[in-house]
Ligand binder design. Structure first.
Ligand SMILES: Nc1nc2c(ncn2[C@@H]2O[C@H](COP(=O)(O)O[C@H]3[C@@H](O)[C@H](n4cnc5c(=O)[nH]c(N)nc54)O[C@@H]3COP(=O)(O)O)[C@@H](O)[C@H]2O)c(=O)[nH]1
Length: 509
């Protein structure tokens, strides 16, 4: 992978790794902020309504008090009581009296000019009549007054009190105060005091009490506002997540580029292929089958030798997947050949884990089931290391034999197996390691071991395969010693499937 591509992947992983966890978190926290805003607005509307009710209750109490006094209307005692109540009741700006259409006196004394009484707009069930937004023509003010009326008495309330913002700075707006019947009141007649109705996108709440309804509003928190408000937390958080994503991206890349990562990827992508080394019957020279040997061709045309990656696969637990891949390759590559010739076979190398755990048994069953290939056509080779756990190995070997597979000890002579050891295992074939074949007819110190190993195989009634046969001389020797089969460069190197099929056709005649 090129450096540029590597870095592009790291950047992509960083962006995705940052955005994916951050975006939903931000969205959820924004939704939470919106519901918190709605709750605060709700609480604020209730406080405003409480305040309005208190202002009104104060005026109502003043009205009922003056209406209940025993003095004759507009008498000096009555006017004095009106003044006293006006001064004591916080909401009340004046109290008047008029039995007919005009006001006869108020808290300041008898009226010397003609003042018409305001029309009652709301008759309440409790007997109190209301006039809203009254603007006295001769008061020289733009204020709007609320008048509460009972038995000729009128209590005047400055409507601004309904809108008093007693908490400053106040982030909310009172966008309407109405009677329960829906008639609006104004803070004053100044334009800027006109209540602003809620706009599209505003958060707003309406609360209703016995006499009044109030609406409060506030521009709804936008996603952008939310980001802006939380940037002190968000920036370091995003940086931390981005760093973490970048680090994990690099880690993943490094793991993928590790030898184990590369092998795992090759297995996943089906890059490992099988080549087939012919196995020859020494007596006739006919090809009786092949050993499947794994090959890992690389993109640059080179091959990674099995000696390099098989030990790695064994150490890292990938060897089972290599075995499975080989088995699948045999069925794909040589399925027709095996179905057409029931005497042909292919040998597969098993790992120690395949044998001792018995893992290979269900795999073989699954792969061969319905394939038309007989179990006796699949030979299984395992090195002496696989038989260290004798009991586990014996159980697996017995089951393989029961199904009809043939089993071989591979690289025989290089391990520690003695005669006793081998004779106690249900094995069919013994495969002599190449080093003992190379020693034939040479001065090598191991040259004397070769006839001993062959004799041992005969003694155990095992068929013998010689591997690494490179010369006619070696073949002649092995034939004379009664060795059944041979494989080696004398006959052929391991071949791709198509080439092996050609070799097979020529060597079966
Ligand atoms: N568990 C698995 N092990 C496997 C698998 N495929 C291979 N292997 C093991 O890897 C080791 C190296 O294998 P390879 O490089 O394929 O070498 C094999 C032959 O090519 C080589 N050979 C065969 N004839 C000759 C010869 O005449 N001269 C010569 N110099 N080399 C020759 O020997 C190897 C065969 O080994 P063996 O299995 O012992 O018969 C090797 O240990 C393989 O076992 C796999 O799929 N699974």
């Amino acid at each position: 992978m090129s450096r540029r591509l590597t870095w592009a992947l790291v950047v992509l992983a960083t962006v995705i790794g940052t955005v994916v966890p951050l975006a939903p978190t931000l969205y959820v926290s924004w939704r939470l902020a919106l519901s918190a805003q709605q709750e605060q607005l709700d609480a604020y509307a209730l406080r405003v309504l409480d305040h309005i009710d208190a202002v009104y209750a104060n005026a109502e109490s003043a009205l009922r008090t003056i209406a209940a006094t025993p003095f004759p209307p507009c008498s000096p005692q009555q006017i004095s009581a009106m003044l006293q109540i006006t001064e004591e009741a916080l909401s009340v700006v004046n109290i008047g009296y008029g039995a007919g259409d005009v006001v006869e006196c108020n808290s300041w004394g008898p009226l010397t000019y003609r003042l018409e009484r305001a029309q009652t707009q709301v008759e309440q069930p409790d007997g109190i009549g209301l006039s809203l937004n009254w603007r006295p023509t001769n008061f020289g003010t733009d204020r709007a007054l609320l008048i509460l009326r009972l038995h000729g008495y009128s209590v005047l309330v400055d409507q601004r009190q309904f809108f008093n913002a007693w908490e400053t700075p106040n982030p909310y707006t009172i966008s309407g105060v109405r009677t329960r019947g829906g008639l609006p009141i104004y803070a004053s007649y100044r334009d800027q005091d006109r209540p602003a109705p809620p706009e599209v996108g505003d958060a707003s709440v309406e609360k209703v009490s016995r006499n009044w309804a109030v609406t409060v509003r506030q521009p709804r928190i936008t996603f952008q506002d939310h980001l802006q408000a939380n940037r002190a937390v968000l920036l370091p958080l995003s940086a931390a997540i981005a760093l973490l994503s970048a680090a994990s991206g690099l880690l993943v890349l490094r793991q993928q580029r590790s030898p184990r990562g590369e092998l795992a990827r090759a297995l996943k992508n089906g890059e490992l292929v099988a080549h087939y080394q012919p196995i020859i019957e020494l007596a006739t020279g006919r090809c009786i089958g092949a050993e499947a040997l794994v090959r890992w061709p690389r993109a640059d045309g080179s091959q990674t030798p099995p000696d390099m990656f098989i030990p790695l696969a064994e150490e890292t637990g990938l060897i089972g997947r290599v075995t499975d891949r080989m088995l699948a390759a045999v069925v794909e590559d040589l399925g027709d050949l095996l179905r057409n010739d029931p005497h042909a076979h292919v040998s597969i190398n098993l790992s120690a884990a395949d044998i001792t755990t018995g893992r290979i048994l269900p795999v073989l069953e699954r792969v061969l089931d319905g394939s038309g290939i007989q179990p006796r056509q699949i030979w299984l080779e395992a090195t002496e290391r696989s038989f260290i756990d004798v009991d586990g190995a014996r159980t697996t070997l017995l089951e393989l034999r029961r199904r009809g597979h043939r089993t071989a000890i591979d690289d025989f002579g290089t391990g520690y197996s003695g005669l006793n050891y081998v004779q106690n295992l249900p094995i069919d074939l013994l495969k002599i390691d190449r080093s003992f074949i190379t020693a034939i007819n040479t001065e090598a110190p191991t040259r004397d071991v070769t006839p001993y190993i062959i004799a041992m195989g005969h003694e155990l009634k095992l068929q013998i395969i010689a591997e690494g046969v490179e010369t006619e001389n070696q073949a002649e020797y092995l034939r004379a010693q009664g060795v059944s089969f041979a494989q080696g460069w004398l006959y052929s190197k391991a071949l791709p499937a198509a080439a092996f099929i050609v070799f097979w056709a020529a060597r079966r005649r």
